[in-house]
Design a protein around this ligand. Structure first.
Ligand SMILES: C[S@@+](CC[C@H](N)C(=O)[O-])C[C@H]1O[C@@H](n2cnc3c(N)ncnc32)[C@H](O)[C@@H]1O
Length: 310
């Protein structure tokens, strides 16, 4: 199954929508706020920008979608105010904001929220912030999304732990899985997973993260910055409780449905989640190996159940 075509958060703003169930992701954004602020100031201090390109990758839809853009505009406004400058008299005159997600994301809901967003910007920060142009860019961040050298700032929150596909070594149809499933009764790495499953997931993440970095390296201008937050794990061992507990619980729930005859066992055996939570060392190594970016900092934050790495 093609992940890029089917993966999306629940649309709209009903009870089970992402919009109404993304408070934890909202908390993560607020932890990243000072880091975003700092990165924007660094861009402004080292570049003379007439048209600033800003991208949020894996934006989804709901109350979090425009938050990072507000944080960025706050940082720019604060900087301008501290210098006693009007935006119109500065070298930064317009902002190209690109919101990216996969094809079936609820972009319509985002568009509906734009008039209020534009109004708030103008009312809170003045008419200089009229030159903010938001557009949507559907597609996968594992490949190229933007023309070369057009972005100054790339942000992504809670998204790049999603893989481009289930590792091929684990992809089975329900019929194949019936006799041969390697990850029987599980949907991700678990305490009982054989080594080959750990390796397959790790390899897929490295492949995907490397493509992500290569693509951004083409798109980001010299002196540009990225702030990426994603789910990580605290230790190098991917089978610890903190690393795989949530998927163990879900697998357990699915196997309970199997035992009650509500779903077929082969379907659970054939299902594996296209997700990987790396440890900090893996991230650092991949950034070094790919070689296009220098990593300023990696920080871990624990939010409720789980660890989140920057
Ligand atoms: C948990 S949501 C996070 C949304 C938002 N950034 C937030 O903080 O609330 C993860 C988003 O990443 C998107 N995503 C996953 N893989 C992607 C890919 N390869 N390219 C673009 N977006 C992707 C999903 O569709 C989803 O909307």
């Amino acid at each position: 199954m093609e992940v890029n075509r089917i993966l999306h958060m629940n649309k709209g703003d009903g009870k089970t929508s992402y919009s109404q169930n993304s408070q934890v992701q909202g908390k993560i954004l607020s932890v990243a706020k000072p880091i975003i602020h700092e990165a924007v100031l660094e861009i402004l201090s080292s570049n003379n920008i007439e048209s600033m390109g800003i991208a949020d990758l894996g934006c989804s839809s709901g109350p979090n979608t425009l938050l990072p853009i507000s944080y960025i505009m706050n940082a720019i406004h604060a900087k301008r105010s501290s210098l006693g400058l009007q935006l119109s008299s500065s070298s930064t005159t317009e902002f190209r904001v690109y919101l990216n997600d996969l094809f079936s994301n609820d972009f319509n809901a985002i568009f509906m929220s734009l008039p209020a967003f534009y109004n708030n910007l103008k009312q809170e920060k003045g008419p200089e912030f009229e030159s903010v142009f938001v557009s949507a860019v559907p597609g996968s961040f594992h490949g190229r999304l933007f023309p070369a050298k057009t972005l100054h700032f790339v942000h992504s929150s809670c998204s790049i732990h999603w893989l481009s596909r289930v590792p091929p070594a684990l992809s089975n149809t329900p019929a194949e899985a019936a006799g041969t499933a390697m990850n029987k009764g599980k949907i991700y790495i678990s305490k009982t997973s054989p080594e080959c499953i750990l390796d397959a997931y790790s390899l897929q993440f490295h492949e995907d993260f490397s493509s992500f970095l290569k693509s951004r390296a083409e798109e980001v201008v010299g002196g540009g910055r990225m702030v990426l937050s994603l789910i990580g794990r605290p230790s190098s061992d991917p089978t610890t409780r903190e690393s795989c507990d949530q998927w163990e619980l879900l697998a357990h729930a699915l196997m309970t449905l199997v035992s009650e005859g509500l779903i077929e066992e082969g379907k659970v055996d054939a299902f594996n989640i296209p997700y990987y939570a790396p440890c900090a060392e893996e991230l650092k190594l991949e950034v070094q190996k790919e070689g296009s970016f220098v990593m300023d900092r990696v920080e871990a934050f624990e939010i409720d159940r789980g660890c989140w790495w920057w």
